[in-house]
Structures are given as structure tokens and as C-alpha cells.
Design a protein around this ligand. Structure first.
Ligand SMILES: NC(=O)c1ccc[n+]([C@@H]2O[C@H](COP(=O)([O-])OP(=O)(O)OC[C@H]3O[C@@H](n4cnc5c(N)ncnc54)[C@H](O)[C@@H]3O)[C@@H](O)[C@H]2O)c1
Length: 397
């Protein structure tokens, strides 16, 4: 039997677009034809198109005319309008994290460091409502839905923990985790009006969503109902912007109006807890992990680095053409080399799941409820951080 054909397009031609197209080309469950790409500048659009042998589009509409699925790999402020435009045409948008957020007032002097976080939360929740309304309408007419690209949900370590929870009916008492590195490469990151926040949103969303997901899994396994977040307390700091910060050049330090360190502590509806750290100030490569302390077992999920492979390289230049591991500062000496980093991060697995949803109607684990709970939790975290860490309720949509 031949596989269903799915025509796809990509908006954005940067870091995320690259791993999305690689993953789309690894899909087994559908016959994926990548039609083309549209990005901000013709130079980047054409460069990406030539590299991947696809068409370059100067406008979004002609690309939308030709596709069934759209990979939304652009700065967070653009996720909502582009995803809604796709849904209105019956196209499945695969939306990168964070699903959406609050991107300021539009005023030229908007500053995320002094903005009202209560207004930020109201704005972020309103954005989610609009996206969900567009999705509800498209589900009625064409069946298209939002596919939320949170790769941590599909990482093999997190999926193994899902299996353990389902089979042992364990109760998670505490999770703690982190996503950190020495600073995002994206030029839009650092500007609240494009990114919707700093480390807490851009990085914290990964381990936080994984933690929210595993509590959903636990509830589903034990009594057929998700356990969702109830309250948060959080802190946010801009360490590289401190007047006393000593800049040695190893950490990106040109952020405009965001935090580069965040800590968020979640209390779930059953009183159990999760604590997540997110930062842009950690050297030595990406530091992505989640530890699960359940009443009946304990699991440490090392997404990156892991010690599955270690290399020793006595001469830096020998590895010039060898990819070692994300955001490592040097390739000399011992390294925790990643044999297939995309797989450890869950990229091909999430994209496979999304094409199965688009082609066969399969359910997805990373759905819009999980995305909405993440945004609601983080923006209540921003309200808490603005109030010195006071506990804040999480609004469930
Ligand atoms: N899941 C992950 O691990 C992961 C990693 C990195 C980035 N991301 C997410 O992917 C998204 C993109 O981030 P990135 O790192 O690829 O950024 P990037 O800066 O590398 O690329 C952004 C791309 O968006 C394009 N763009 C900007 N404005 C546009 C517009 N108006 N119309 C069309 N294209 C436009 C730019 O031309 C550029 O090609 C963000 O939401 C980010 O949070 C996710």
C-alpha cells in the first residue's frame, strides 16, 4: 500500500528550520514532499532553498497555496499569526516552542524588564485563546490542528519514563530539571518584543513541558485524568546585565530586556512538585536533564550531554569537520560526543508523530493543552518573579 502524500513548507531558514527539514526527510509514515521555504530576507531564503534543493518563496501566501503542513520555525512573536493563517487554510501548523506569549505593547520604548507581568500573562493567555479558537474552527472544517513542537516530550529518555509510569502506576513526588547553555545564537532572542521573555520562557519551557507531560501521563495511568499545574513561585535574574558582571567573552552578554536566569517551582493539583532551572550562563555545552523522584522509582533523564559516547581529541583542529555536541566551547580533550544528537533531543520522533497525525489522524502527545499549560505556568511564574517569588495560581484554559 502506498503511503499518503503530504506536501510541506517551512517558514524560517535558521537553526530550527534546519533540524526540521532534516527530520521531515526522515519520516516513514508518510510520503513527505518538501515544497519550499520562506524567510525574512531573500538571501537566507535562497541560501536555505539551494542547500536543501527546494523552492524559495518571497511571500508566505503562495507557499500556503501549495502545502498541507507548515513548519513554523520563526521567532515566537510570529507564531500566532502564521499558525492562524495556516489553520484558516486547513493546513497543519507544526509550531516551534514556545507556542506563543506576550510581545509587548507595540510601543517603541517597551521594556520587558519593567513591563507589567500581570498584563503579560493576560496577553499570553489571550493569544492562546485565539490560536485555540482558530484550531477549533479548522478541526470542524478541514481537521487541521496545531502540532506543538516540544521535542522533550518525544526524547527517548522521557518516553522511557512514560512507559515506566504507565506500567508501574508510580506517583511522582518531585521532578527537577534544567535547560541551560552559554546563550542562544538567535538574534531575536534577547528582545522581549520578539521572544516573549528570556531564559524562563525560551529554555525553561523544555524541562517544564516534560514535567507537565509526565504528571499528565501519571494521572492518565492511575485514574484516567491529567494532573495539571496549580500554583507557581519563580525568580528571574539578568546576571550578564549586572554592573559587576565580568565579561570574559565565553557567555553571550548582549541581551536587551530579558532575564538570563530563571527558576520556577510548580505545585500540581495533587500537591506534588517540580522545580525547573533555565539559564544562559552555563559553560561546557548544553545542560539538559530531568530527574524524576517517584514513590516507587527514580529516573535521571540526560537529554544532553549523555555519556553514551566519549571521545578524546589531543589536537583541536583534527575535529574541525566533526560535529561533537551542541554549544561545546572546545573540541580538544575529552568530550561527551553525541552520536545522534537530533535523536536524543526527540526531533525526528516528534516530526514522525506530527506527520502521522496529519496523514493518518493519529493523536499526538504534545498537544495544544500541554502547550497552553506551559505558557500559563511560565507567565504566572513571571508574575511571581515580579513579586519577589510570591506564590501565584496557574490559570488553566
Ligand atoms: N526545539 C528546540 O530545541 C529549538 C531550538 C532553537 C530554536 N527553537 C525555536 O525555533 C524558532 C526559531 O528559532 P531559531 O533558533 O531557528 O532562530 P533563527 O534566528 O536561527 O532563525 C529565525 C528565522 O526566522 C526568519 N524570520 C524572521 N522574521 C520572519 C518573518 N517575518 N517572516 C518569515 N521568516 C522570518 C529569519 O529569516 C530566520 O531564518 C523559535 O521559536 C525558537 O524558540 C527551538
Amino acid at each position: 500500500m502506498s503511503k499518503p502524500k503530504v506536501r510541506t513548507g517551512i517558514v524560517g531558514a535558521g537553526f530550527a528550520a534546519s533540524f526540521h527539514i532534516e527530520a521531515a526527510r526522515r519520516v516513514h509514515g508518510a510520503d513527505v514532499e518538501v515544497i519550499g521555504v520562506q524567510a525574512r530576507t531573500s538571501e537566507s531564503t535562497e541560501g536555505f532553498a539551494a542547500k536543501h534543493a527546494i523552492e524559495a518563496f518571497t511571500e508566505l501566501d503562495p507557499l500556503l497555496d501549495r502545502v498541507d503542513v507548515l513548519h513554523v520555525c520563526i521567532p515566537p512573536a510570529l507564531h500566532e499569526p502564521v499558525a492562524v493563517a495556516a489553520l484558516e487554510r486547513g493546513i497543519y501548523p507544526i509550531v516551534e516552542k514556545p507556542l506563543t506569549g506576550y510581545f509587548g505593547t507595540g510601543a517603541a520604548d517597551f521594556d520587558g524588564r519593567t513591563a507589567s507581568m500581570t498584563e503579560a500573562r493576560t496577553g499570553a493567555l489571550a493569544s492562546i485563546e485565539r490560536m485555540r479558537a482558530a484550531e477549533a474552527a479548522s478541526r470542524e472544517s478541514s481537521g487541521a490542528r496545531i502540532l506543538y513542537a516540544e521535542n522533550w516530550v518525544y526524547a527517548p529518555t522521557i518516553q522511557k519514563e512514560r512507559e515506566i509510569l504507565e506500567k508501574t502506576k508510580g506517583q511522582i513526588l518531585w521532578m527537577h530539571g534544567e535547560e541551560a547553555h552559554s546563550g542562544s545564537h538567535a538574534p531575536s532572542y534577547g528582545h522581549w518584543d520578539q521572544a516573549g521573555g528570556g531564559a524562563l520562557l525560551g529554555k525553561g519551557c523544555h524541562p517544564l513541558t516534560a514535567a507537565l507531560y509526565l504528571k499528565k501521563v501519571e494521572g492518565r495511568a492511575r485514574f484516567g485524568k491529567s494532573i495539571r499545574p496549580a500554583t507557581v513561585t519563580a525568580r528571574a535574574h539578568a546576571l550578564t546585565q549586572l554592573p559587576e558582571f565580568v565579561d570574559t567573552g565565553h557567555i553571550r552578554a548582549d541581551y536587551v530586556d530579558i532575564e538570563d536566569f530563571g527558576m520556577i517551582h510548580v505545585t500540581f493539583q495533587d500537591g506534588t512538585i517540580a522545580t525547573v532551572f533555565a539559564s544562559d550562563i552555563v559553560l561546557g555545552g548544553v545542560h539538559n536533564w530531568l530527574e524524576v523522584c517517584a514513590g516507587n522509582h527514580r529516573t535521571i533523564c540526560n537529554l544532553n550531554p549523555s555519556n553514551q559516547m566519549q571521545t578524546y581529541n589531543p589536537v583541536e583542529s583534527q575535529f574541525d569537520d566533526v560535529y561533537v555536541v551542541e554549544k561545546i566551547g572546545t573540541k580538544q580533550g575529552w568530550a561527551l560526543t553525541a552520536p545522534d544528537e537530533d535523536h536524543s533531543h526527540g526531533f525526528p520522533q516528534e516530526i514522525e508523530a506530527f506527520y502521522r497525525a496529519a496523514a493518518h489522524g493519529d493523536d499526538v502527545e504534545s498537544d495544544n493543552e500541554l502547550a497552553a499549560d506551559t505558557i500559563a505556568t511560565i507567565y504566572s511564574g513571571y508574575v511571581s518573579a515580579a513579586n519577589g517569588g510570591a506564590e501565584e495560581p496557574v490559570t488553566l484554559l
